[in-house]
Design a protein around this ligand. Sequence first.
Ligand code: ADP
Ligand code: MG
Ligand code: ZN
Length: 626
Amino acid sequence: MAIKDQSRPPRSRQIGNVLLLLTGVFLIVNLVFPNLFAPPVPRVPYSLFIHQVQDQEVDRVSVGQNEIRYQLKDNGEESGQVFATTPIFDLELPKRLEENGIEFAATPPPQNRWFTSLLGWVIPPLIFVAIWQFFINRSGGPQGALSIGKSKAKVYVEGEAERITFADVAGVEEAKTELVEIVDFLKSPKRFTQIGARIPKGVLLVGPPGTGKTLMAKAVAGEAGVPFFSISGSEFVELFVGVGSARVRDLFEQAKKQAPCIVFIDELDAIGKSRASSGFYGGNDEREQTLNQLLTEMDGFAAGDETVIVLAATNRPESLDPALLRPGRFDRQVLVDRPDLSGREAILNIHSQKVKLDATVDLRAIAARTPGFAGADLANLVNEAALLAARNQRQTVMQEDFAEAIERLVAGLEKKSRVMNEKEKTIVAYHEVGHALVGALMPGSGKVEKISIIPRGMAALGYTLQLPTEDRFLMDQDELQGQIATLLGGRSAEELIFGNITTGAANDLQRATDLAERMVMAYGMSKVLGPLAYQQGQQQMFLGNEANPRRMVSEQTAEAIDQEVKAIVEKAHQQALDILSQNRDLLEAIASKLLATEVIEGQNLHELLSQVKPAEQPADKVHASV
Ligand code: ADP
Ligand code: MG
Ligand code: ZN
């Protein structure tokens, strides 16, 4: 499949440039001409000229507006010399010339005068046009001024080299099934209309970023064998009010001409934002007009004779205007979710076709270690692994390249250049082992796979890598509490060993507090506050995607929320401290080992962590006390 771009530099611009060049040349020639070719004539004062006239020395005179030229009489052998003088306002002159019998005439108008005046008329508009063109080009559209309202849609043409089909998409089987149906509509609409069924007009692909929504839409185009107009929502939103709606109109005009076809609007939220939420003072006029035009167009075409199906993609369905979602518009919503284990394996399979894999690579094992990765992350993972293999002078990509690549994507690049002093290193070592020990005991945060005190990523001085053992879709209260305790494990170890605390735990505390707040405000996990949602409206599609502001609550409730959040975090803190003081010897043993080797992982680590003893008085079950 190839993209045929409808916009290309207009011919008129090239012609304009040529004209501009020509006029420039003319202008220069014109300026240079008189000076270049006129013979040098000696200038004399007017009074001398008059004397010569009166003395009968002058033979002929030619009177111009700015200059008088005259020739003296022959003095026998050579013809008379020519002089020039500047005329003054002298009404007597003709009479004087007449009296002295001198032949005189006015100079003929300059031969190229018509030409000069033509230039005078032509050049200014040309300059104006050139400037205009310049600004139009700079303002982005290579389309010229008159086509500013034209849709910028790209049309995919079938049968070209890199056609994308459903075989290129994996791990989103339900979405695929739904879209196969759409392709059927387009291929044989009769089958459906004969029986009286109404073909859906709009299909909205909804899902987190990178799950393959854009890819799916392209696959539909590749499979359906009909024209496919693709445009991104942000391309409708322009500086000028009214351009967006003109583009929508134009897009649908083109589409209807080519029906049956597909119109794909990527990032629909750029125009489809809820009108209610888009601001206090009337919101964004331009976006609103564009949205209205889109709604009008979608209502406008009858789904019978012109099969135009509008596909759209968004990762923020909750922000879309409800009017877009009602029947007759985007009445079908297809969820494109993050892939599960076998989905990830299938996606890895697709992308690793492009690299040279070692025979020993186990894609299933890699898929198992990457829960939560979307398709784009997996594509990126394969590429990172291939880059690592190449850097290590390998011919094929090995399992260990994938392991390192996963770590890179999860924790960031190693920063060996960041040198810590011995004291800092010791603190970081205890901090990380603290995380690991608590994480090994508490539920909910996966298996500890690696502890390292080599700095990585933006901020981490050391890190503890925990990888989930399976895909999780629900978390219970104990597990969340366990996660918070694990997050506090680092700081608790510092407190226990050094009796002092450092700045190193800021990120841990942030995440722990966020989690506790969500437990209270979103998941209704507090006895005191009950099963109420204290977050501001709008259903959350994806677990924990944004921080929501609090709903309007009474002062007492706000205080109670704060107290509950604090109680949860403090309880987790106590749990972490209990576990660590119970296992103090192990903590010191592992920490000194870590200081020596900088990294502990794999079997080695599992053996060490299997010695962790639970805290003596096991902490109360969370729901009993909170
Ligand atoms: P979205 O539009 O949902 O944000 P994209 O479709 O742009 O995501 O995905 C980006 C890239 O990630 C794709 O070009 C593809 O290489 C890869 N990818 C994402 N999802 C999948 C999938 N389900 N199967 C195969 N590749 C995928
Ligand atoms: Mg996309
Ligand atoms: Zn930490």
